[in-house]
Design a binder for this molecule. Structure first.
Ligand SMILES: [Zn+2]
Ligand SMILES: [Zn+2]
Length: 414
């Protein structure tokens, strides 16, 4: 029986939850109460503190036995010793980022980019991300030696972590303090090489590959950075760093995304543009959706129309959505027969247009007074003959001005 369940309640787990259940609960809550949102800060801090305590077996046992109050008394009696977790719970601070307040320094965060589909960003998904990180050597559990008590006072520096290096130059001897190379300034090390861990050779850490479970929330944005708390590198003497996943949205053929809105292009025929249309799309929600325009409601070439709420869900408010905008390209027939033309004119022609259309059959291109429309790539520029010369002269004047000499003063009147 545990003394109090406050911390378990905070994480929403049973008091007999195992390490992986604790971690999952913490992970879920850390996402729910993203600390980057100001109103979540306090709640996240509480959750984080609870997890920090419970994930440490020793502290958890004490907590189960004595409860928070009991631990507080013990802490005062012993003059500290439980470390930063208690300062976070029992006052002293409240400054953001509790984990950095005191205790061992946290190793630098590492991370990677992960491609996710628009569908995963729409619906949310749990994905596996294979990561490479430095962790405690699995053979020696980060001790560096074959037995836990093989570490002793360093015999090179006598436990001081510092050595004096003497160098003789001529008649002069200079002395310099330096970190002990044998214990890396720690004062403790494994003195006997035969006790060194065979796997890591005393380095204590090793590169491991691991598959991390990562939650993609519905409405996640392209380039969003998800911090996985303490899933990054472990380094001797430091607490484990964070792992940062950067979600990159895979390009799709159909949709472009801006914020929570989606954009797509659609080609329709002249008949549809004038008479109404309907077509199906495969929506990122997974549904096949039929989009229509009522008969008689015309669509112009280049017009952008909207399907309300068919955009991406808004993160954290997943019942709200952006919009889907569709830009229409109306494909006109290349040519139409005289019969069709006659029929069309009967329907949409006016006296005025009839006159102008009648004239065009008589007109001849002469390059002077009568000009026929043709197609030409509008991105092709016709160069001015003096384009280059003009630029150079302009540049010269500027240089002169900067140097303060104004010999070629011709620009004044231009
Ligand atoms: Zn090892
Ligand atoms: Zn040493």
């Amino acid at each position: 029986m545990v003394k109090d369940t406050k911390l378990y309640d905070l994480l929403g787990v049973a008091p007999d939850a195992n390490a992986s259940q604790l971690k999952k609960a913490y992970f879920r809550l850390a996402q729910q109460f993203n600390p980057n949102v100001p109103e979540n800060k306090e709640k996240f801090q509480e959750i984080n503190n609870a997890y920090e305590l419970l994930k440490d077996d020793e502290k958890r046992q004490l907590y189960d036995r004595y409860g928070l109050d009991g631990m507080k008394e013990a802490q005062q009696g012993m003059g500290g010793g439980f470390g930063s977790v208690f300062e976070q719970f029992f006052g002293g601070g409240g400054m953001g980022g509790g984990r950095q307040q005191s205790g061992p320094k946290q190793a630098k965060a590492i991370g990677k980019e992960v491609e996710v589909t628009l569908e995963q960003m729409y619906n949310g998904a749990d994905i596996d991300v294979e990561v490479e990180r430095q962790n405690k050597c699995s053979e020696c559990n980060g001790v560096g030696g074959s037995t836990p008590n093989c570490i002793g006072r360093c015999d090179k520096c006598n436990g001081r972590g510092i050595v004096i290096i003497s160098t003789q130059r001529g008649n002069m001897i200079t002395q310099q303090q330096s970190y002990c190379p044998k214990c890396q300034g720690q004062g403790e090390c494994i003195n006997d090489p035969k006790n060194l861990c065979k796997k890591c050779n005393g380095k204590r850490a090793a590169i491991e590959r691991k598959v991390l479970k990562v939650r993609v929330e519905p409405g996640t944005a392209d380039d969003f950075q998800q911090t996985l708390y303490q899933e990054g590198n472990w380094e001797p003497g430091m607490s484990q760093g964070d792992y940062i996943i950067i979600f990159k949205q895979k390009k799709t053929k159909l949709f472009r995304r801006e914020e929570a809105d989606l954009f797509m292009d659609k080609v329709i025929g002249l008949d549809e543009a004038v008479c109404g249309t309907s077509f199906k799309i495969q929506h990122p929600s997974g549904d096949e959706i039929t989009i229509f325009r009522k008969p008689g409601e015309c669509i112009n070439h280049g017009q952008i129309l909207c399907c309300k709420s068919l955009g991406m869900p808004i993160k954290g408010r997943i019942y709200e959505h952006g919009n889907l905008f569709i830009k229409f390209e109306v494909k006109f027939p290349k040519q139409i027969s005289p019969e069709v033309r006659e029929l069309l004119m009967r329907v949409i022609g006016t006296e005025d247009s009839r006159k102008r259309i009648g004239a065009c059959t008589e007109l001849k291109h002469d390059g002077v007074k009568n000009i026929e429309l043709i197609y030409m790539d509008p991105s092709n520029r016709t160069k001015n003959a003096d384009t280059n010369r003009g630029q150079r002269e302009y540049g010269d004047h500027h240089d002169e001005d900067h140097e303060g000499g104004a010999q070629q003063v011709q620009c004044g009147g231009m």
